[in-house]
Design a binder for this molecule. Structure first.
Ligand code: NAP
Length: 351
């Protein structure tokens, strides 16, 4: 059974997202970490010597002893998870896809290419069909920005049931979202930084593609106005977001709670290994959700919502929390790969 697993390679394996990939894939039932790669600074070293391991679980010896490779498209594994820095991800990922590899990426570079799916498996599973229009011998699929994912998971059941006209969101984002070592400790302890470069425009545009409709070979973007303000706060993991929404149809607090609690989608039906039982979970307690208490709901794959109430300016307001390096990065990407495997997309490169 063990050798039936699919070999995978992790690009950017030494980074914050890369380490989360190692942790989450260590005992994965379908995928086996076969190769790791990073920059020239790390290449040639044993993984355990190249990485500053910041995960809470122990690094397994078999992965610690892997030799870090250069990010060149000559890997034995055909399935590539990318946690590469955006300054280099674009070119490297294209090169892999052109050379017969499937790349599932966390970097922003290819998210808005017309025939590249921008995936949240519970939200837009049909968008994977865009892969059929890519000219690569392999393919590229992307994961959204970490703050987009929690927001869109919360919006999806509401959009389906009542339609959404406008969204205003203010984020309180964890330091791990900026990679390792991230913001200097002198800047973030006892502080909030009201700016994260590029983040607001990602939050204002990515949901429109993800919530858009597949129309033949392209996505018709959703017609929703979104305004975002993004802040970095002194939390290690877990992005908390305060959201206001204006809806197309009239509804009630109870009806919105009901559509959240009943929300299940294709990953739950397919029983994919990383799919949480509840993609969205509502908390009735006034003080919930909180990063420290709830970021690991559904093994870090559930978006926790709470504090839903009517709003004087928009129609409703609420709070959503999601784990930025699990659901917002490595875990979300692994769920995409599980869906791609189940739909048979990997057959073309695995033979
Ligand atoms: P990070 O901690 O800074 O890690 C970056 C990785 O890229 C490291 O493995 C690094 O290798 C590698 N790298 C840097 N320059 C390279 C080069 N010239 N050639 C090859 N490899 C190179 O960043 P991160 O937080 O893990 O983020 C990784 C990606 O995921 C980014 O695109 C980020 O925007 C995205 N993302 C992050 C999060 C999050 O919550 N952190 C969430 C969603 C998406 P060395 O160690 O050898 O330098």
């Amino acid at each position: 059974m063990k050798d039936k697993k699919i070999n995978v390679c992790i690009l950017g394996a030494t980074g914050s997202v890369g380490q989360k990939f190692i942790e989450l894939l260590s005992d994965h039932p379908w995928f086996k970490i076969h190769e790791v790669a990073a920059s020239d600074r790390s290449a040639g070293k044993k993984y355990k010597d190249a990485v500053n391991w910041i995960m809470q679980s122990e690094l397994k010896k078999e992965y610690g002893d892997l030799i870090v490779k250069k990010c060149e498209a000559n890997m034995e594994s055909k399935i590539i998870f990318s946690g590469l820095d955006a300054s280099v991800a674009g070119e490297i990922e294209s090169d892999f896809a052109q050379n017969g590899y499937f790349v599932i990426s966390n970097a922003r570079n290819h998210r808005f290419v017309e025939n590249v799916p921008l995936m949240i498996p519970e939200v837009n599973p049909d968008h994977l069909k865009l892969l059929n229009d890519q000219d690569y011998t392999g393919g590229i699929v992307t994961n959204p920005n970490c703050s987009t994912i929690g927001l869109v998971l919360a919006l999806k059941p509401i959009a389906d049931a009542f339609g959404i006209e406008a969204v205003n969101v203010v984020t309180m984002q964890a330091v791990s979202g900026g990679g390792y070592p991230g913001v200097p400790s002198m800047d973030i302890i006892d502080n909030v930084i009201p700016f994260i470069g590029g983040e607001e425009s990602k939050m204002e545009t990515e949901p429109l593609k993800i919530l858009g409709e597949l129309n033949g070979r392209k996505i018709n973007y959703a017609d929703i106005k979104i305004s975002a303000q993004c802040n970095r706060v002194a939390v290690i993991d877990g992005h908390l977001e305060c959201v206001q929404i204006k809806l197309k149809k009239k509804t009630t607090v109870d009806e919105i709670k009901k559509v959240w609690n009943e929300f299940k989608s294709v990953p739950q039906e397919m029983k994919l290994p990383s799919a949480p039982e509840y993609p969205v979970k509502y908390f009735d307690e006034d003080k919930y959700p909180q990063p420290k208490l709830h970021r690991n709901q559904g093994l870090g794959m559930t978006a926790s919502v709470g504090r839903l109430r009517e709003d004087a300016l928009f129609d409703f307001k609420f709070v959503v929390l999601s784990h930025n390096t699990i659901r917002g990065a490595a875990g979300g990407t692994i769920l995409v790969a599980e869906m791609m495997k189940s739909y048979g997309y990997f057959d073309k490169v695995l033979g």
